[in-house]
Design a binder for this molecule. Sequence first.
Ligand code: NAD
Length: 261
Amino acid sequence: MRFTTAFVCIVTGGTSGIGEGCVRKFASEGASVVFCAPGASDGLALEAELNAGRAKSALYVPCDMTKPEQVERLMARSVEAFGRIDCVINNAGWHPPHRTIDGFSIEEFRALNDLNVIGVFAACKYALPHIRKVRGSIINISSLTAVIGQLQATTYVATKGAVTAFTKALAIDEAAHGVRVNAISPGNIFTPLWQQGIDQSPDPKKCREDGDAAQLLGRMGTTEEVAKLAFFLAVDATFTTGVDHYITAGAELAYGRKTQI
Ligand SMILES: NC(=O)c1ccc[n+]([C@@H]2O[C@H](COP(=O)([O-])OP(=O)(O)OC[C@H]3O[C@@H](n4cnc5c(N)ncnc54)[C@H](O)[C@@H]3O)[C@@H](O)[C@H]2O)c1
């Protein structure tokens, strides 16, 4: 347990994968944690598990991050419940199945932007008046693909490029308020989203093996490993802002066989 005084963290998309890992980590360190997903009941079991045997410090709020009015309500509800916001982890996001540009419609790209980019903007916009009061921080979950690209993923990569760039611009403005804004760019982290990719691939076994082999360390990362980095950035990294933190086990290093021809 690290916290002896109140610390309130909001995790968007906290019911699965990296977001759930962050919810569990901050809760285990004694923070109050608010987390959301679009479904009315998606996070209630996790909320009950985390609150068992102690004063209520985990709160699930149904919220679709593509709906700005719901995002504004998420922030208001958090302050109503716990009185402050110290940190927002903008994690909610989606990676569509792999296709070339011919296979993505304009509407699909717009919809992905609504979640992966506008949702992050809205969360920052509505949380910052509260975060500034306690000189807290924001952590945006971007992706290594924003820097190195990815096969048949133009729309996803473009949204994550926007998240990384937005993080730096916001860090510049918010420094005047003592607020730090950082990005985490994961490489391959094994989550239900990654499993979806495996299930949709023509050769699931090879897809998993390739996913593991893409890292110098020969395995995918865990949600706990990402959560530890997020915790460090939120609590200990007091001289760090505007930085894109890779958590990739070296996936971006060295030459490999990359041609598709
Ligand atoms: N897993 C990886 O390898 C990897 C790599 C790089 C970046 N990321 C990023 O990390 C984040 C989490 O990915 P994950 O792999 O844990 O995915 P996941 O699918 O396991 O979890 C996604 C979470 O977001 C929530 N969510 C989805 N749509 C939402 C919406 N409209 N409103 C609110 N919540 C919504 C889901 O309910 C879920 O809780 C995403 O932004 C993803 O792009 C993941």
